[in-house]
Design a protein around this ligand. Structure first.
Ligand code: GLP
Length: 243
C-alpha cells in the first residue's frame, strides 16, 4: 500500500535536524542498518548534524553500512566534483563501511549492477535518503527513467551537468555519463526519505508529489512506495496543493 508523508519545516536548518532525527531513529532501532545516502548541496547540513551527534555520543553509527546511490563515470574518483570526493568532504561519520561505485571501473555497466546486488546481499536499504534534481531526477535517474529501471550507466541531462559545473571547475569537465541505482532498486528500500529545500525545487516537488506518476518526473515514482517521507522546507513546499 502506498503511503506518502509530507513533513514541512520552516527552514533548512530545521530540516537538517528533522532529517538527522529520522536517520538516527533508524540506526537506533537497528544499529547495523543499511543506509543509502545521497550527494548534493541539500543533505550537507544533515550530515553535519549527524557528525555533531555522533561526536557527542548521541548516536552510534559505528555498525551502520552506507552505500552511495550514484557516481559519475569515466573520471578518476580523486577528481574534484565526484561523489567519492563529496563523501570524503561531507560525510565524516565513523560508519562501519561507506561504499561508493568506482568511477573508473573498466566495465561500468557490470560494476553498477554488482553494486546494486551488493546492497541486496547486505539486506537491502533500511532507509534510503534521496535528493531531487530540478528536473525530477532521483540519484542519476534522469527524466525518461522507467519505474522498473535497474542499476545502469546513464547519459547525464544537461541540467544535471550544469548543476555540477562549479564543483568540477567548468561544464566541459563534468562527465557526460554516470552510474546509478535504478528506480526499481531505490523503490526496494524499506523506507525512503526525500530532502528538498529552497524555492528552486518548489515546482518539481509539486510535480513529483501532486502530479501523475510518469517517467518524465522520475521522483513521481516514489508515490508508489509504501513508506516514503518527503522532508521539505517552506520554500520547497509552497506550491503543493493544500492537504
Ligand atoms: C545530484 C545527485 C542526486 C541529488 C541531486 C540534487 O546530481 N545525483 O542524487 O539528489 O543532484 O542535488 P542538490 O541537493 O544539490 O540539489
Amino acid at each position: 500500500m502506498a503511503a506518502m508523508r509530507i513533513v514541512t519545516v520552516a527552514d533548512d536548518g530545521t530540516l537538517a535536524r528533522v532529517a538527522a532525527d529520522l536517520i538516527c531513529a533508524v540506526v537506533g532501532a537497528k544499529p547495523d542498518a543499511v543506509l543509502g545516502l545521497p550527494t548534493g548541496a541539500t543533505p550537507v547540513a544533515t550530515y553535519r548534524e549527524l557528525e555533531r551527534r555522533s561526536a557527542a555520543g548521541k548516536t552510534d553509527v559505528s555498525r551502520a553500512m552506507v552505500y552511495a546511490i550514484d557516481e559519475f563515470a569515466g573520471v578518476s574518483p580523486a577528481t574534484p566534483g565526484t561523489n567519492h570526493m563529496f563523501y570524503r568532504a561531507h560525510l565524516r561519520l565513523p560508519v562501519r563501511a561507506l561504499h561508493v561505485p568506482d568511477a573508473v571501473a573498466p566495465e561500468p555497466e557490470a560494476h553498477i549492477a554488482d553494486f546494486a546486488e551488493a546492497v541486496r546481499q547486505a539486506g537491502g536499504f533500511d532507509l534510503c535518503v534521496l535528493g531531487i534534481g530540478t528536473n525530477g531526477h532521483i540519484a542519476f535517474n534522469e527524466p525518461g527513467s522507467a519505474r522498473d529501471s535497474r542499476a545502469r550507466v546513464v547519459d547525464l541531462a544537461e541540467t544535471s551537468r550544469q548543476a555540477h559545473a562549479a564543483a568540477f571547475g567548468g561544464i566541459e569537465r563534468v562527465p557526460r555519463q554516470g552510474m546509478t541505482l535504478g528506480v526499481a532498486d531505490l523503490l526496494e528500500a524499506r523506507a525512503i526519505a526525500v530532502l528538498a529545500t529552497g524555492a528552486g525545487k518548489a515546482e518539481i516537488v509539486r510535480r513529483a508529489i501532486d502530479g501523475p506518476m510518469t517517467a518524465a518526473v522520475p521522483a513521481s515514482w516514489l508515490q508508489a512506495h509504501g513508506d516514503c517521507t518527503w522532508l521539505l522546507d517552506a520554500a520547497a513546499a509552497r506550491t503543493l496543493r493544500p492537504r
